[in-house]
Write a protein that binds this ligand. Structure first.
Ligand code: F6P
Length: 360
């Protein structure tokens, strides 16, 4: 039976989103003869009038899109339709408008490419509006439950590793301690994995509360052993053992991550006498060319999402597990937050190398 399916990207962008959109479009059209409608700017496109959506032509994916970061559909990480911030400061439930917008498109199913926050919203909309939903996990933070990797994560790790490759020679030339602040929200996967790959001496992650004294001691020990430089990777949402964290105030209120790198750089300099320099990598981690692995993962998950719909199933998330694609209940993926396992093998690898994780 011929179908019309929708696809949207939601939440923060990352590399590999276009590769998912491409795989879905190619497989749905070539294998099943379906029509694929790209919904623009996540749920915002369904709230807009006229609804912002366009048919996706497989031919448009012949060229660059497999290789390109960002999302050709646009996305947003603001404007939860269940608690939509209005210009007058009030908050409105606009979910019915989104569902109405969805109905005007006459679609049979929706593929939502998102993280756990987006999945929770999309799932609520799907339950309320009777939408057949399949999720594809993406986020540089790699914090979505059940799937071993999310689209965009390895590209972020590559960007951080590359930054460390750039920082090490200049650190060694100038006898400096380099602090690199990286993203990841409450999960330390990017910092930990890239820190190991890039030869960091100190890696601070949100899952392991740190002591400044431990960091300073590591820097002093390195110096005493004849090392003239050091590399520190700090995840944006780290906390000290007393729970203190560095956050940044937003215009219009509210706090967000960011700023701990500069704070830490000043403290380390004060406590050790070392000359420190700080790099905040920021959105460099989100853009760029997807790694081969992210392209492969995005493509495999996109194909699997179409297959799930073809089999008449929904409320599922496709996931990477044990060297293959599986699909799981979307609710389970949302419920199982994927933090760094502090007793797991990656942390063990870091400790075995003598990397300071800030706690000892
Ligand atoms: O969740 C992805 C992420 O890149 C986080 O690592 C980071 O804290 C956040 O999004 C940044 O969001 P924004 O693009 O709104 O600054």
């Amino acid at each position: 039976m011929s179908k019309r399916i929708g696809i949207l990207t939601s939440g923060g962008d990352c590399a590999g989103l276009n590769a998912v959109i491409r795989a879905v479009t190619l497989h749905a059209t070539a294998s099943f003869g379906w029509t694929v409608i790209g919904i623009e700017k996540g749920t915002a496109g369904l709230m807009a009038r006229p609804v912002q959506a366009r048919a996706l032509d497989p031919k448009q994916f012949d060229g660059l899109f497999l290789r390109r970061g960002g999302t050709i559909l646009g996305t947003t990480n603001k404007g939860d339709p269940f608690a939509f911030p209005m210009p007058d400061g009030s908050v409105l439930d606009r979910s019915e408008e989104v569902i109405e917008g969805w109905r005007t498109l006459g679609l049979d199913a929706l593929i939502g490419i998102g993280g756990d926050g987006s999945f929770a919203i999309l799932r609520r909309l799907a339950n309320q509006g009777g939408i057949e939903l399949v999720g594809v996990p993406k986020t540089i933070d790699n914090d979505i439950g059940i799937t071993e990797n999310s689209v965009g994560y390895t590209t972020a790790v590559a960007a951080v590793t590359d930054a460390l490759d750039h920082l090490q020679p200049t650190a060694a030339s100038h006898d400096r301690v380099m602090v690199l602040e990286v993203m990841g929200r409450d999960a330390g996967h990017i910092a930990l994995n890239a820190g190991i790959a890039g030869g960091a001496d100190v890696i601070l992650i949100p899952e392991i509360p740190y002591r400044l004294e431990a960091v300073a001691q590591k820097i002093l020990d390195l110096k005493r052993n004849g090392r003239n430089f050091a590399l520190i990777v700090v995840a944006e949402a780290v906390k000290m053992t007393d729970g203190a964290a560095v956050t940044r105030e937003h215009v219009g209120g509210g706090a967000t991550y960011g700023g701990v790198g500069h704070w830490l750089g000043a403290k380390v300099s004060e406590m050790t006498g070392a000359e420190t320099r700080v790099t905040v990598l920021g959105h460099i981690q989100r853009g760029g060319t997807p790694t081969p692995y992210d392209r492969f993962l995005a493509t495999s998950l996109g194909v699997a999402a179409v297959d799930v719909i073809a089999e008449g199933r929904s409320d599922r998330m496709v996931a990477w597990s044990n060297r293959r694609v599986i699909d799981v209940p979307l609710a389970d993926a949302i419920a199982h937050y994927h933090a760094v396992d502090v007793t797991g093998p990656v942390v063990h690898t870091a400790r075995a190398l003598g990397i300071c994780l800030g706690d000892i």
